[in-house]
Design a protein around this ligand. Structure first.
Ligand SMILES: N[C@@H](CCC(=O)N[C@@H](CS)C(=O)NCC(=O)O)C(=O)O
Length: 202
């Protein structure tokens, strides 16, 4: 059986879990929860992932896969799914990169406050990370709403998990302000069974 190294708070792991649910493969992967951070990695993570991150998908019959977008694409192909439709694949990958980019900035903000002593934290840098997120939210509103409302794909899943993570870790930043179309889209998307089943917890 395949094993997924992860934890219930990680938004990148959530993307993989949503794909497992949406492609009907949740029962084919054993989930192994580990605690990991940039300054202290779990030994299983160090062994499985070259740069000590989660998720990693350990396949008994092949090499261990990472990062999240490699795993989601593998799982979709394995299921013969349609999350990376060939005729839209560059758009899907760009939308996925936008969701992941929001996550990268949002996770760095969390690490800055968690992993550095208070007097070493750079609030201007943290605000600049939020500036990237705000810019990405505006880009989604300006250019991607019709794609977001189309058939389910991996780009939508990445954006859905990113917005869910903003609610989870950065509620005070109020991402919905000025992004009403995205708010409306997420209100519906977040009700999918795969999303409610994977809501983040500490
Ligand atoms: N690009 C990677 C990012 C994964 C990532 O940063 N995961 C976090 C947990 S949410 C992690 O393992 N952090 C530990 C570290 O940065 O060393 C992916 O998509 O899988």
């Amino acid at each position: 059986m395949m094993q997924l190294l992860g934890n219930p708070a990680s938004p990148y792991v959530r993307k993989v879990r949503v794909v497992l649910e949406e492609t009907g493969q949740a029962d084919e992967v054993e989930r192994i929860d580990v605690a990991t951070s940039p300054i202290k990695s779990a030994p299983e993570v160090t062994a499985a992932h070259a740069t000590k991150k989660i998720p990693a998908l350990i396949r008994p019959d092949g090499c261990t896969l990472y990062d999240s977008r490699v795993i989601t694409r593998f799982l979709d192909a394995r299921a013969g799914g349609t999350l990376y439709r060939e005729n839209r694949v560059w758009e899907v990958l760009t939308l996925e990169a936008t969701g992941d980019g929001i996550l990268d900035a949002a996770v760095l903000m969390v690490y800055e406050s968690r992993c550095r002593p208070e007097d070493k934290q750079d609030h201007g840098w943290v605000d600049a990370q939020w500036g990237k997120i705000d810019n990405a939210l505006s880009a989604l509103e300006a250019r991607w709403m019709s794609h977001l409302s189309g058939p389910l794909d991996a780009g939508q899943i990445a954006v859905g998990c990113a917005l869910g993570y903003l609610d989870f870790r950065h509620p005070g930043r109020e991402w919905r302000k000025g992004h009403g179309a995205l708010d409306d889209w997420f209100a519906v998307f977040s009700q999918r069974a795969a999303m409610t089943a994977t809501a983040p917890t500490d």
